[in-house]
Design a binder for this molecule. Structure first.
Ligand code: IMP
Length: 176
């Protein structure tokens, strides 16, 4: 049965704020003196990226790409398409790819490879949530906000059929 009702809060708004600030400090340290391109994956990374970038006292550029895995609902199908592309040239630049969640890892792995093919100085990855034990591909995520169990979550950018992205916290969905 499809999950469709909000369940319990998994990560509160306060916990998100504190962790994003911590990630910001780590990233700011690692990129000190550099001018990175922050690449957000639409649409899920928007709240996370918006908060994270304000924790980074760097000369940075922000850009977005849109990816889609075929199908909808709560399972990623694994076939990743690039639906809209960057507008900036990342050649020679350090890139930080920012997404909401890494589940099987297929989306992030494909996007990372796509960006690496364009000759950037480096491509690192940053996700708010890491779903444990679900990986289907080798990908080292450089910055992780929270490791979560294998439950479907919504809020703070994450959706179920387009809904719930505007919640200021991350919650589970319950089957109804
Ligand atoms: P992956 O390719 O399996 O790693 O899936 C990554 C994408 O699947 C994310 O960018 C989300 O769009 C979506 N996704 C995976 N798990 C969840 C979830 O629990 N809630 C909402 N979206 C999810």
């Amino acid at each position: 049965m499809a999950p469709s009702a909000l369940g319990r809060v998994l990560v509160s708004a306060d916990a998100l704020k504190a962790r994003v600030a911590e990630l910001g400090r780590a990233i700011a340290r690692d990129y000190a003196g550099a001018s990175p391109v922050l690449v957000g994956v639409l649409q899920g990374a928007v709240p996370f990226l918006a908060d994270l970038m304000r924790e980074l006292p760097l000369d940075l550029t922000v850009d977005f790409l849109r990816a889609s895995s075929y199908g909808s609902g709560t399972n990623s199908s694994g076939a990743v398409r690039l639906l809209s592309d960057l507008t900036v040239d990342i050649k020679g630049r350090p890139v930080l790819l920012v997404d909401d969640i890494v589940d099987t890892g297929l989306t992030l792995a494909v996007l990372k490879r796509t960006l690496e093919a364009r000759g950037p100085l480096s491509v690192r990855t940053c996700v708010l949530l890491d779903k444990q034990g679900r990986r289907q591909t080798e990908i080292d995520v450089d910055y992780v906000g929270f490791t979560i169990p294998n439950v479907f979550v919504v809020g703070y950018g994450l959706d179920y059929d387009g809904l719930y992205r505007n919640l200021p916290y991350v919650a589970t969905l319950d089957a109804t």
